[in-house]
Each structure stands twice: as structure tokens, then as C-alpha cells.
Design a protein around this ligand. Structure first.
Ligand code: ZN
Ligand code: ZN
Ligand code: FE
Length: 761
């Protein structure tokens, strides 16, 4: 990332001659000069690398003096196999912002300005090494002025591959609802449309957003209706941290993430009453219900900055906020190709702010929250791809295809693994196509031709079918890995752990080796094998998949398992005696009612019992509401019962207590809090039992349930208080977005032996 110009500048400072060049994944420097200067030069590279660079290793060797007269940047070496670094996209830097708003600058209000230190990367790169001719900018010939900057080692745009200006670069256009070009300055007119309450499709770095004025309730509610989106909160974009503070509370780590070059969406505590500086409240339809948080990001492209600046000046100078939600209909993948966007977003958008710089790789916004450390909910734009050093080398080039609902894969050769950007729900054809395309792209760019594909044990995951289809030719080896073993291994690999560990793997569902759905697992072991030392006692899911969308079904199931009559519960009053009776019959006959040990489903049951949520309109809604409620209060917990014989953990006592509290009219916030405390207590108790028996004190927390900030923070803190070495994910999401790395680590220790399933009992 801007490394060659940096080295050039440094060499000039120390009076050295020679050259620097990119060799796929490495920078090669040959320098001549006095020994002291050479040593100082090398030391300086390690001490003060350029802001966005990450130096993994510096190797030095002596060479014969060749008598170079100058220091130059040589063309990249192509074709060499190895560690290509496909850089993430970078938010517009301060220097570029100054130019953007400087009327004297030749790039004044030019929405595609960038420099060596900022701009699009992953989303525009077609091949390796990273040079303009292998990006979507190849078709834009540089004008003389841009060419001079590109070639001048002293210029801050020296070798900036996406360099552009109004004379030679991409152009913006504004189309109306029918796709006809609108007259006038596209940004000024777009801002006027937004100000009057229109919904605009805005082409961003990795796809289209749907944007509207976040303080205009009619506009936001209209967008929600047109998108067919019931309750899932919309993300917001503002121009600066100062403006964000008008609506949200921010701690230092949250502020730093907002302002980081990755510019993720950060979940922040929402000040319902607008704070200082904000002239209008955020429209309630941005996050319906009692959501305690807002997902907020700062502008990250020149286009965003221009739009927000124009909106601000229209509104008399106070900070505006835009809804910036992914450009798609309900649950579809984000649109990123112009024609497709126009087609799919017609009827949702009143206009299209678009341009002629193509998007090579679709990439969603990343989402992060903080709970005594980062919790990545979606790792994508700005973070991806993620190169990592594996704690164990893979013995052959390997592809790990990850999960299903939160698609992300990894490619690896030797010790270097690269985890892809987020690909969404692979059940959608468009997402699946993007998944296939991205795999081909990463394999090409990183020079990995897999000899083995690792996949989840679940035969119906789209990723599993991809693996099986691709291996059909016979030359590729397949490796099936149990879902929760992969979760655990992912957290271990991220922290470089190689010994035995106890994995606390809590999620919605993953296929277990016994054919039931797991999700409340304590796995003891390492990458090679684990044993299931404890787990939540399985209950039935009446209605199958419907039970993961309708928490009342899990309430009925847990009531039955706890020996209570669901017909007498308030759940029956709300959803009807017939529905409850039918669910109960499915449970008793075992018809369309698979077993699950999932903690995610236990959250659903408790949410329904507390009267908080009987039906969900998006994944995780019930658990999110419980977390929101619990966040506001403090209380002791309910209890689980441990069965010493088979290691099962019975939620019966807890369910009976929740049902009783709900009937007695105990506040839902108190029930929610007691439930969270109970889960933390249960984790600690189960870990103590395992430590007593085995001496293992390394615990990794993984699985989507650890996206819950209360659990992530309190479970880790409690375990550390009790003397455990407890690890949480930091660079990867705890949810299925992190599976691929775990699959890869498990593959690394599994010898080549044809098609195998890694042991897990
Ligand atoms: Zn810049
Ligand atoms: Zn130009
Ligand atoms: Fe999972």
C-alpha cells in the first residue's frame, strides 16, 4: 500500500541508489550506499512504515555493488507464485478531502479523486500484481497532468493505480426513476431530491446503496415499505464523528473504528433524545421497536462527502444523516452491476446516482460492535481480504468453502491463508454466483490451485454442493469438517493456538456428527480431533425450519421438555391453542421436529416466554431484543441443571423460572438480564468441570451467539477471573463468516487420504 513511493522517498533521504519493485506479495529493494546509511534505512522501514502497510517480515542479504546512479521504481514482476496482497479498499484520506473542497484545485468536487494512500482496491482489481492495467481503470487513458503525477516520485499520487481527474477519469450521472438522464450537476440535483424526501440508488465502492434522508420519517418509512423490510434496522451514514455524536454515544474504541480507513458500520448506543448539535431526531422507522443501537458509518468515498456536504448546506449547515442500506430487495444480495441495479431497484428508487467506473468485486459494508474489544458481525469492505499466518502449514494448496448463510471462503498454500470478503446467503443464486466467481478470482490472484477442498459436514449447504461438484472430476480431495469444530478451530487459529483447548461453540444450528442439529457445544480437543464433553440437552424443533423463524415454537418445545403444559402458558393465549396443540403433537410424535441442542433456539424460547418476540422478521431478531432489554439492567441469574453422566446441560429449571417470572409480571428487562447471567454462569460452570477433570484451561468462545455483546464481554471476563486463558475472535466474526479459517486449520493437520471426515465424537 504505497510502499514503493515510500521506499523511494526514504532512499533519497539517505542518499542511496538502486531500485524497488513489487514481486507478487513482496517488495524487493536493492540499495547501494555507505553501510551506516543502509542500516539506518532498513531500521527506518521497520520503525515507520507507511500508514496502511503491514510488514510481515524483513529479509536482508548482501549483494555486489553495481554502481547505480539513481534510485528508481521498476515495473512489477508478474507471474511469480506466492503471497500476493490484494489490498482492501481505503476511505478517502484527509489530503484528498482538502482538494475535493478546494475551489482552486483541478479536482474540486471531482467524485473519483484518490491517491497512493486512499481509494478503491479490492473492488476494482481484476488480476495480480496490482497495477492499473489489471483494474477496471484500464480503459481510462491518463491525461498529461495525471500521467505526470503518476510518474513523479515526489507526488502524493505517485503510482496511485486508480488515479483520475475530471479530464480523463470516470464520470457521474444522475438518472430519474425511469432511467432517463436528469439535467444539471448530478450531485447538487441528487442532494435536492434527497432533501425533498426521495429515495436514491447510489453506486458506491462495492455495490449500490439505497439512500434517503434519515431524519425524514415519511421517506424512511416509504423506503422500508418498498424494500419489503419489516423491522431490521437500517444503517446510517454521516459526514463526521462530531455529527455522529448528535445521535449516538461513543467510546474511544468505537470512535477510532468509525474514523479508521476501513470505515465499517459501527453499532452505537442510540440517544433517542437527539444530542447536542443535531437539529432533528433520527426517524423512528430507521430502527423500529425498542432497538438500543444504531448502525452508523462515516462517509468513505468522495461521492459520499459531496452528497452530505450539499445536503448540509441545503439544511442551513447542520449535519445531515442518510440512510445507507444495501441496494436490494428483501434478503437479496446487493446489486453491483449497472443494468442489474437499474432493473432490480426500479420501483424502489426514485433516482439513480451512478457512474462509469465498473465494480469488479461486489463487497458489502463491514459491521462491527464493541464489547470490551471488537466483535465483527460482517467482515467485508475495508477489511477484506485478510491474509493470515496459519499456526500449522497446509501440506497442499487448499480451498475452504465455509458455511452457508454468511458465505466466506479461504484459500491457502503453506502457512499463508487468505480469508475472503463476505458473500452473503449462498441460498440466493446471485450470491452463489458471486461466491463461485470470487473463488476463481482469489485462486488466480493468489496463485492457489487447490488440491483439496474443505467443506462443512452439512450436505445441503450450497458451499458443500459446490465442493462436491468441483471434486467430481476426481483430482481433488474432499474433507468434511463438523461445523462447531470449525468454529472452535477458527478462534484457535486466529490466536495462533496449537495445543488442546476447550471450545465453547454456541450458535443457531450446525449439523452434528449424530445427525442432529448442534449449537450449544463444549468441544475438547485440537485441530485433529475433538470430543463433545458437554452440550445443551436437545429439544425438538416443532415444524423444522419454521421453528427457527417462530420463537413461540421453541417456547412450546422447551416448556414440554421442562414438564410444563404449554396450553396453560401465555404463549397459547397469544398464538392460539390450536397452533400450540399442533406443535405439541409434532413434538410428541417426533414428526417434522428434529432435535437441537442450540443456544440460539434457547434464546428464541426465552424471548417468546417473556412475551418479547413470537415471530421474527429477520435472523437473530429475538436474541437481539433480549440483549437490548438486558443491557439496561443488573440482576442475578436463573439456573441450568448439569447431568454428570452424559455431560448434558438441562435448561428445564431455567425455563420453569422464566415461565413463572413472566406470569408473575416480572419486567421483561429483568427476565432478559437473568437469562444472560444464567448463560454466563453455565459457561463458567461447564468450563470448571472440564478443567477439574482434564487440566485444560484454554477456552475459545466462538459461534454466532457470541455476537451478543453481553455474553462476549461477560463470559470472557468471568473465565479470566476464574483463571482460564479465554480467547474471543478479534479479526474474524464469531459467526459462520469465520468458519473457513477453522476448516483450513483442521485441513492443515489432516493427512492426505482421500475423502475423509475429521473425527468428532
Ligand atoms: Zn487520498
Ligand atoms: Zn487526468
Ligand atoms: Fe455456526
Amino acid at each position: 500500500m504505497g510502499f514503493r513511493p515510500y521506499v523511494h522517498g526514504l532512499a533519497s533521504r539517505f542518499g542511496l541508489t538502486g531500485f524497488v519493485l513489487n514481486r507478487t506479495g513482496e517488495v524487493v529493494i536493492e540499495a547501494e550506499g555507505p553501510v551506516a546509511s543502509l542500516e539506518a534505512f532498513v531500521a527506518e522501514i521497520g520503525r515507520h512504515p507507511p500508514p496502511l502497510a503491514r510488514i510481515d517480515e524483513v529479509r536482508c542479504e548482501a549483494r555486489a555493488v553495481v554502481g547505480d546512479r539513481s534510485f528508481r521504481i521498476e515495473p512489477s514482476e508478474a507471474g511469480a507464485e506466492g503471497d500476493v496482497v490484494l489490498p482492501p479498499d481505503v476511505a478517502t484520506c484527509d489530503d484528498c478531502l482538502r482538494e475535493l473542497f478546494d475551489p482552486a484545485d483541478r479536482r474540486y468536487r471531482y467524485p473519483f479523486l484518490n491517491c497512493t494512500h486512499c481509494g478503491p482496491r479490492l473492488t476494482i482489481i481484476r488480476g495480480a500484481p496490482y497495477d492499473r492495467e489489471r483494474t477496471v481503470m484500464a480503459g481510462f487513458a491518463l491525461c498529461a497532468a495525471c500521467r505526470a503525477e503518476y510518474d513523479d516520485p515526489a507526488d502524493r499520487r505517485f503510482h496511485a493505480q486508480p488515479i483520475a481527474c475530471p479530464a480523463c477519469g470516470p464520470r457521474l450521472s444522475l438518472l430519474d426513476a425511469r432511467g432517463e438522464a436528469a439535467p444539471g450537476d448530478p450531485i447538487a440535483v441528487a442532494a435536492a431530491w434527497l432533501a425533498r424526501g426521495d429515495v436514491l440508488a447510489v453506486k458506491g465502492l462495492g455495490g449500490y446503496h439505497l439512500a434517503c434522508d434519515a431524519t425524514n420519517e415519511a421517506a424512511v418509512a416509504g423506503l422500508r415499505a418498498r424494500k419489503h423490510r419489516d423491522a431490521k434496522p437500517f444503517a446510517l451514514m454521516v459526514g463526521s464523528v462530531a455529527e455522529a455524536a448528535g445521535w449516538c454515544e461513543m467510546a474511544d474504541d468505537e470512535r477510532a473504528a468509525l474514523e479508521s480507513a476501513a470505515r465499517p458500520i459501527v453499532l452505537l448506543r442510540w440517544l433517542r433524545e437527539r444530542g447536542a448539535g443535531a437539529r432533528a431526531a433520527i426517524a423512528p422507522s430507521v430502527a423500529p421497536g425498542d432497538t438500543a443501537t444504531l448502525g452508523l458509518m462515516l462517509a468513505y468515498t468522495p461521492l459520499h462527502h459531496l452528497l452530505l456536504r450539499d445536503l448540509r448546506s441545503r439544511a442551513g449547515g447542520w449535519g445531515g444523516a442518510l440512510v445507507m442500506t444495501s441496494g436490494n430487495g428483501a434478503d437479496e444480495p446487493i446489486a453491483f452491476e449497472d443494468r442489474d441495479a437499474l432493473e432490480r431497484l426500479r420501483g424502489i428508487a426514485d433516482g439513480f446516482l451512478t457512474h462509469d467506473r465498473a465494480i469488479e468485486t461486489r463487497c458489502d459494508d463491514s459491521v462491527v460492535r464493541f464489547a470490551a474489544g471488537p466483535v465483527l458481525l460482517r467482515r467485508s469492505r475495508g477489511y477484506a481480504p485478510l491474509p493470515l499466518r496459519l499456526p500449522v502449514q497446509v501440506s497442499m494448496p487448499t480451498l475452504a468453502v465455509g458455511g452457508d448463510l454468511k458465505g466466506a471462503f479461504a484459500v491457502a498454500s503453506a502457512a499463508r491463508a487468505v480469508v475472503s470478503h463476505h458473500l452473503g446467503d449462498l441460498a440466493h443464486y446471485a450470491a452463489y454466483r458471486a461466491f463461485e466467481r470470487a473463488i476463481a478470482h482469489y485462486e488466480r490472484v493468489y496463485g492457489v490451485t487447490p488440491e483439496r477442498i474443505v467443506h462443512d459436514l452439512h450436505p445441503d449447504y450450497a458451499s458443500t454442493r459446490y465442493a462436491v461438484d468441483r471434486a467430481r472430476g476426481g483430482r481433488l480431495e474432499l474433507l468434511a469438517v463438523q461445523h462447531h469444530h470449525a468454529h472452535m478451530a477458527s478462534c484457535m487459529a486466529e490466536h495462533g493456538l496449537t495445543g488442546r483447548a476447550l471450545g465453547v461453540c454456541f450458535d443457531g444450528a450446525g449439523l452434528g456428527v449424530d445427525g442432529t442439529l448442534w449449537g450449544g457445544e463444549f468441544l475438547l480437543g485440537d485441530y485433529a480431533a475433538v470430543s463433545r464433553v458437554a452440550h445443551l440437552r436437545p429439544v425438538r424443533m416443532p415444524g423444522g425450519d419454521a421453528a427457527s423463524r417462530e420463537p413461540w415454537r421453541m417456547a412450546v418445545s422447551h416448556l414440554v421438555a421442562a414438564g410444563l403444559d404449554p396450553g396453560l402458558s401465555p404463549v397459547a393465549t397469544r398464538v392460539g391453542a390450536n397452533a400450540v396443540g399442533a406443535a405439541r403433537a409434532m413434538i410428541e410424535r417426533g414428526f417434522n421436529a428434529p432435535f437441537t441442542s442450540s443456544i440460539g433456539r434457547l434464546f428464541d424460547a426465552v424471548a417468546s416466554l417473556a412475551g418479547v418476540c413470537d415471530r421474527m422478521s429477520f435472523e437473530g431478531q429475538a436474541a437481539m431484543r433480549l440483549e437490548s432489554l438486558a443491557a439496561a439492567c443488573r440482576d442475578g441469574g436463573y439456573e441450568f441443571a448439569f447431568s454428570p453422566e452424559d455431560g448434558s446441560i438441562d435448561a428445564g429449571p431455567l425455563i420453569r423460572a422464566v415461565a413463572e417470572d413472566a406470569v408473575r409480571g416480572v419486567g421483561v428487562d429483568i427476565i432478559a438480564r437473568r437469562f444472560h447471567t444464567a448463560v454466563v454462569d453455565m459457561v463458567a460452570a461447564a468450563c470448571r468441570r472440564v478443567r477439574e477433570r482434564t487440566g485444560v484451561d484454554v477456552v475459545v468462545l466462538s459461534g454466532g451467539v457470541f455476537s451478543n455483546a453481553i455474553l462476549a464481554r461477560e463470559a470472557a471476563a468471568r473465565l479470566r477471573d476464574e483463571g482460564f486463558r479465554a480467547y474471543r475472535h478479534a479479526a474474524l466474526p464469531p459467526n459462520d463468516g469465520g468458519l473457513a479459517l477453522g476448516q483450513m486449520a483442521i485441513a492443515a493437520v489432516t493427512p492426505r487420504e482421500g475423502t475423509v471426515v475429521v473425527p468428532c465424537a
